[in-house]
Design a protein around this ligand. Sequence first.
Ligand code: ADP
Ligand code: ADP
Length: 237
Amino acid sequence: MLTLEGLSKTYKTGDAALTEVSLSVPKGQIMGLIGPSGAGKSTLIRCINRLVDPTAGRILLGDVDLVRLGKADLRRQRRRIGMIFQEYALVERLTVMENVLSGRLGYVPFWRSFLRRYPGPDIQRAYQLLDRVGLIDHADKRADALSGGQRQRVGIARALAQDPELLLVDEPTASLDPKTSRQIMRLLTEICAERGLPAIVNIHDVPLAQQFMQRIVGLRAGRVVFDGAPDQLTHDA
Ligand code: ADP
Ligand code: ADP
């Protein structure tokens, strides 16, 4: 379970991107984060994975406060959080399989010789994940040979490969057509449900959020202005 307590972020420029945001995401819940551009959605996600230092507040993942960690601890704690990105962030010249494994092992130079020496269970598990996202037949293709939807499937498998306790998903379908977007959202929500994996999904597309999210949090000017079920969302939230 993830709990944010009074999370605030003011950038050095003076922009108050988040003000006193408090919320919990329980196990298995998939929460959509909506709001106009500049509302603070990216800042919220970046605070949780600690690409951004919050100005105040606590970020509890289980009973660890991610705000108060040294560098080494932070690296370890970050592995508990799986990230999925808008532009997929794959390593284009590596294969699908290598990209998935990179979620588990981290990026290492001299990949192929490293993988040959690396013991089997991770590879077996990566095949299972590729099967789950429908890419088992593409394992040995280079990432740059895939369509956008397929790339995002690799992104999902890579995030799962590290056995995360939380998924942070930043505009996963912003680069995809509507039909592919729905397929990706369906896959993502099914996988979260299967694993009881909580997720925060930064999602621009409100109808898509309403179709797939169990809960929607609306941000405006850095504050929570809506927190409820998708069907309670009114037009001006
Ligand atoms: P959203 O993701 O909802 O579009 P952001 O979190 O990107 O919102 O931005 C929230 C506010 O913080 C905006 O006013 C934005 O200009 C500001 N902001 C975002 N990143 C930075 C930064 N690195 N430095 C200064 N201000 C920033
Ligand atoms: P997106 O909304 O696609 O995530 P943004 O346009 O908000 O991207 O931000 C692009 C980059 O610029 C990010 O690194 C963000 O932190 C930074 N940024 C955004 N707003 C500001 C700002 N007002 N001042 C300085 N940096 C900013």
